[in-house]
Design a protein around this ligand. Structure first.
Ligand code: PRP
Ligand code: ZN
Length: 285
């Protein structure tokens, strides 16, 4: 019996959330102490714990079949790998940051400067696109301290909450691109492994859809039902159940997280009362 080998980050921004996603897909990993390779319980997978920067190489070499890491790493490594699915977590920006007391005039601010980064390839592209000549200084970690020790005039790095920049006297000057965790795959030849991946994707889609939607229950007077139903997107059409109280109904529906507040406001205006919002664990359409 073949097993699909999934590489995830050993420790860092993505590791807990990657494990949680697998868990939500019904895959428990037997080895909690993160030795290099662990077997998945109740699903034919093996988990390979690696440094995120190393994962694309392992997939390209066929040692891992798929991997979870940031789009930023994929862009930087430039391996010929395919994003199978965006995963919606570990969202961040890749930005140019400069000392807080300096005035940023635009990309030309960087002209002739030295910029410290762990992402030389992405930065080089950005500088070329903007026709800026600057020196790229590659360092592997703690990029944010480079300006304060006089090593560089700017940095190019990941920004998530912004607290790393803040505590190092820097400010975000330019967002170059946005990134989030992605599921990446190589060329899988084995048909058994392909089937396992299909199953995994089915589960992941159900989990990710659930995460980005909410289940909403509300009460409404029957004469405002038409209005309310026209506001609700729903999976097919909303469920409408009569209440014991004559002239009133309960309406159940699903709302996308990113449109949630806007829709809730419209529902209230249309006469909805007693709104309940419930998280969805999984959603299969
Ligand atoms: C990034 C980046 C900063 C920090 C920014 O490191 O290098 O140190 O996150 O986050 P903040 O804006 O919330 O302070 P990351 O955890 O991605 O480490 P890695 O480069 O080793 O993957
Ligand atoms: Zn990393």
């Amino acid at each position: 019996m073949q097993k699909l080998r999934i590489a995830i980050q050993k420790s860092g921004r993505l590791s807990e959330k990657s494990l949680q996603l697998l868990k939500d897909c019904g895959i428990n990993v037997s080895n909690g102490n993160r030795t290099l390779l662990a077997a998945g319980k109740n699903f034919p997978v093996e988990i390979l714990y690696l440094r995120d920067d190393d994962i694309p190489g392992y997939i390209a070499d066929g040692v891992a079949d798929v991997g979870i890491f940031g789009e930023n790493v994929l862009l930087e490594k430039g391996n010929d790998l395919e994003i199978i699915s965006k995963l919606g977590f570990a969202r961040c920006r890749m930005s140019v940051a400069i000392p807080r007391n300096e005035e940023y005039s635009g990309p030309e601010f960087l002209e002739g400067k030295r910029i410290a980064t762990s992402y030389p390839r992405i930065l080089k592209n950005y500088l070329e696109e903007n026709k800026v000549n600057a020196e790229i200084h590659e360092i592997l970690g703690s990029v944010e301290i480079a300006p304060s020790i006089g090593l560089s005039g700017a940095i190019f790095d990941i920004v998530s909450t912004g607290s790393t920049l803040l505590s190092n006297g820097l400010k975000e000057a330019e967002v170059v691109l946005k990134s989030e965790a992605v599921l990446v795959g190589g060329k899988i030849k084995d048909s058994e492994k392909k089937q396992i991946l299909e199953k995994l994707l089915f589960r992941m889609n159900a989990v990710l859809k659930g995460r980005t939607n909410k289940y909403v229950l509300l009460n409404a007077p029957n004469d405002s039902l038409d209005k309310i139903i026209s506001i609700l997107p729903g999976m097919k059409s909303p469920t409408v159940v009569p209440l014991a109280d004559k002239g009133w109904s309960a309406v159940h529906s699903v709302i996308a997280e990113d449109r949630f507040w806007e829709i809730i406001d419209q529902l209230k205006e249309a006469g909805a009362q007693g709104l309940l919002v419930v998280p969805i664990e999984k959603m299969v359409i």
